[in-house]
Structures are given as structure tokens and as C-alpha cells.
Write a protein that binds this ligand. Structure first.
Ligand code: IMP
Length: 430
């Protein structure tokens, strides 16, 4: 089917980048529909590791066209850096290969400064944002005084809008948060340069995608963050300021209903979380160190965007079932199964308990997970190295058992399993 959607089924960082990379092989377009450079997608191709925050990671395939949809918020500095870095790595990024929706909103340094000031003012109640200005940029959008990519096409008006936005934010920064103001003129001058640079990339991306669908071309909608970070359906208020869930792919790209094929939920074989907020299956000590890694490898559990060590824990199936339901997932891609190698036993949380009651589904959504105690099922581990395994039948029996048990408990098939960081270290299950 023409529109496949890849979704993070957890709190982000599920390894979506590499699943996108796999599915992008057969896609004409790879499209981001929400979030901004708060995301971090790592794709390893041979000896090259690409860390992308904003540009769709499927762009590393030469035949794809990348789209930044209307639902995205764009930091031009990041965009410029990524374009240059990709070019340096031999990935051509001419305007023909990357189209930016005129309706995508622009992040300014004032949004970033405000994000930082807000976080600081929250003290112990901080949300742990990436401080990329995401919340303030979406606030500008919702307040209906945001600046859009299309505004770059009229440089003078754009410069005035940028200056006004910085001046207005300076009032908040200085009067409410005792923070340093920014120089509006300096920001405007820099953004005029960005306007000149990006003008050739700006387009009506929704129309481009409509035409593509009419010609039976395929689109891969590339989710950023994860279901539990969704502004409406996540662990509010410890969420991002957009909707990373599957239905938002339609709004965030300007597509109607009726084109959707696969909705792939990507989940790690365990649970991780960056930032604050409840995490019922979180573990500490040796098991945590084992799951997290030391940070020496690019695939260890340290944030791609912030470098922060991620919190880690056992796979949480009540939350995964929730992700299946909210997104209408048709299948699961299970990542990092190899990380579990060597653990004598593996726990999976099958349900929650509170006040003597058992819940297989969240009674009031995931916002308040604090009262719940996980109910675990213990499964045997395995010692065999999985890096060279390419077929389900070659997996150790305990690893097969782990996958089958997950399928059984969530009611959706696992169709892909990653067993290492390289492109080809994946098992496809029919
Ligand atoms: P914001 O999106 O920067 O406002 O951050 C809000 C919350 O979402 C924080 O807990 C961040 O750590 C988290 N977050 C945002 N983007 C990502 C991501 O791509 N992966 C994991 N966590 C993220």
C-alpha cells in the first residue's frame, strides 16, 4: 500500500531510524510529519554512522525524496548542519531531494532560550525537555503567531517577523524568567541568510504527496519520538509538544484517510526512557548497566540528541498494548534483541497491580503510572551471540520463546527483529 507509517511504540529511541532505513528501500518518499530536532535517529551503513535529528533518515537511500511536512517544527541551524554533514558523507541533498512544507513552523533561538528558561524555572518539576525550543515553537503555532517556512519566501517580511518574535520573547525571558535577552537584529540577519538558503526547498508538500499517491508511488511516514511522548496520549505532562502517533501522520503531511498500508510499531526488546516521569519497570544496578551499555558504542543507551544516559527497564506490555491500540499497529519491529544475550532470566511486565486489582490495560491512560506495581513473568534467557543470526529458525529457543510470548500477549505479529546495529543484522518473519 502506498502509505506506510513507522511509529515509536515506547518513549522514543526505539531504533526507528534503522527500521525506516530498511523500509525506505522500497519507498519513493520518506516523510517526517511531527516534532523537530528533538529527535535523534541513528543509521549505520557500513562504516558510516549517520546521526540525524530533523531530516528523514530514509534519505540515505539515493532514490528517495525527503519531505519535512507541515506538522514539523524546523530549526534552520540544525537543517543547515545536517545538509552539510550528509553532503560531506556523500549523500546529495539538492532541493530536488528535500522538500519542505510551506506550512512547517520555524524554531528561532528565542524559542530555544525560552525552553531553557522554562525548564530552569520548573526546578525539581522540570520536564527534562531536550531544550531545542520544541514546546515554545508549537506554542507559537497554537497561539497563531508562529512563523512558517513559507514566510521565508518574502525575505523582508520574514526578517520583520523574526525580529518581532525575538523582541516579544525577550520580554518573557527578562521579566518572567530573569534570563538574558537575545539580539533581535542579529537573529534576523542570520535568519535572512537561512531564508535565502532554504527558499528553493520550500513547496506545497501535501500536493506533492497527493500526486505521488495518485501515481501509486509509495510514501514512508517516519515517526519521531514515541507513543508515550504524545501530547494527547502520552504520559502527560512528561511528553513532547506534538503528536508522534500514527493518525498525526495524516494531519502532519496533509493526507486524507484511505491510503494507509502497514503501521509498524517499533519497540525495543526492553524499555528505555529519557527525561523525567514515571517508569514502572525501571531497573537499576547491574541489570541497568547491562541493558544501557557503557556509552562506548553508538548504539548504547545514551541520548543521540542530548547525550544523557537513558533510564532502562524491562519490557512493559500494558504500555505496548496501549501503543497497539492508539496507533492501530499492524505489526511490531522488535529492536536490540541481542542486548538481552547473557541475561540468565528476562522479565516482562504482563499487567499492573494497584490496591489489590490487576490491570492488563491502563484504566485511565498512561499519565499517572506511579500507583502501579508491575506484574512480571520470568522467561529463561540465552547465552548465544545473535549478531550473525538472520532467520527466526536460527535463534536460540529461549529467544524464539520471548518473541512468541510478546506476540501472544499483545495480539500483533512481530515481523522484524534487529540483532545488531548494522543494516543487515535483521531477521524478517513472514
Ligand atoms: P521536548 O520534546 O524537547 O519538549 O521534550 C519533552 C520530552 O520528550 C522530554 O522527556 C524529552 O526527553 C522527550 N523527547 C523528545 N524527543 C525525544 C526523542 O526523540 N527521543 C526520546 N525522548 C524524546
Amino acid at each position: 500500500m502506498p502509505l506506510d507509517i513507522i511509529i515509536g511504540a515506547q518513549w522514543g529511541d526505539e531504533g526507528k531510524g534503522r527500521i525506516v532505513d530498511l523500509l525506505a528501500k522500497n519507498a519513493n518518499f520518506v516523510a517526517r510529519y511531527s516534532g523537530g530536532d528533538n529527535a535523534g535517529h541513528t543509521v549505520t551503513v557500513g562504516s558510516a554512522t549517520h546521526k540525524l535529528h530533523l531530516i528523514p533518515s530514509g534519505i540515505v537511500h539515493e532514490h528517495t525524496i525527503g519531505i519535512l511536512g507541515n506538522g514539523v517544527v524546523i530549526n534552520p541551524t540544525t537543517l543547515q548542519t545536517e545538509i552539510e554533514r550528509l553532503r560531506g558523507a556523500g549523500v546529495s541533498l539538492t532541493p530536488e531531494r528535500l522538500r519542505i512544507s510551506y506550512a512547517a513552523h520555524i524554531i528561532t533561538p528565542a524559542h530555544r532560550a525560552l525552553d531553557t528558561a522554562l525548564e530552569k524555572s520548573r526546578g525539581a518539576e522540570a520536564l527534562g525537555t531536550t531544550q531545542r525550543g520544541i514546546g515554545p515553537a508549537y506554542t507559537s503555532k497554537v497561539m497563531r503567531h508562529g512563523i512558517r517556512a513559507g514566510d521565508m519566501l518574502d525575505v523582508e517580511t520574514f526578517a520583520d517577523a523574526i525580529k518581532a518574535q525575538v523582541e516579544e520573547t525577550n520580554l518573557q525571558l527578562t521579566r518572567l524568567y530573569d534570563a538574558e535577552p537575545l539580539d533581535p537584529q542579529q537573529v534576523a540577519v542570520a535568519y535572512v541568510e537561512f531564508a535565502r538558503l532554504f527558499a528553493p526547498y520550500i513547496d506545497d508538500t501535501a500536493t506533492i504527496l497527493h500526486h505521488a499517491l495518485r501515481q501509486n508511488q509509495s510514501i514512508l511516514a517516519e515517526g519521531a519520538q514515541g507513543t508515550l511522548l504524545d501530547l494527547d496520549h502520552g504520559t502527560y505532562p512528561f511528553v513532547t509538544s506534538s503528536n508522534p502517533t500514527a493518525p498525526a501522520a495524516l494531519t502532519g503531511l496533509g493526507l486524507g484517510l484511505g491510503h494507509i498500508g502497514r503501521i509498524v510499531g517499533v519497540t525495543k526488546a526492553f524499555q528505555t526512557r529519557v527525561g523525567e516521569g514515571p517508569f514502572p519497570t525501571e531497573v537499576s544496578g547491574d541489570t541497568a548497566t547491562r541493558l544501557r551499555g557503557t556509552g562506548e558504542n553508538p548504539w548504547d543507551e545514551f541520548g543521540t540528541t542530548t547525550g544523557r544516559p537513558r533510564r532502562v527497564g524491562w519490557l512493559d506490555l500494558p504500555l505496548l498494548r496501549y501503543a497497539v491500540r492508539i496507533n492501530g499497529l499492524t505489526e511490531i519491529a522488535l529492536t536490540k534483541l541481542d542486548v538481552l544475550t547473557g541475561l540468565p532470566e528476562i522479565q516482562i511486565c504482563t499487567a499492573y497491580r494497584d490496591a489489590g486489582r490487576t490491570h492488563e490495560h491502563l484504566p485511565l491512560g498512561p499519565a499517572n503510572l506511579a500507583p502501579f506495581t508491575p506484574i512480571y513473568e520470568t522467561l529463561p534467557g540465552w547465552d548465544e551471540d545473535l549478531w550473525d543470526v538472520r532467520a527466526f529458525s536460527q535463534l536460540p529457543a529461549a529467544a524464539c520463546n520471548y518473541i512468541l510470548r510478546i506476540e501472544d500477549l499483545i495480539g500483533v505479529p512481530v515481523r522484524m527483529v534487529s540483532v545488531g546495529p548494522e543494516r543487515e543484522q535483521v531477521i524478517h518473519i513472514d
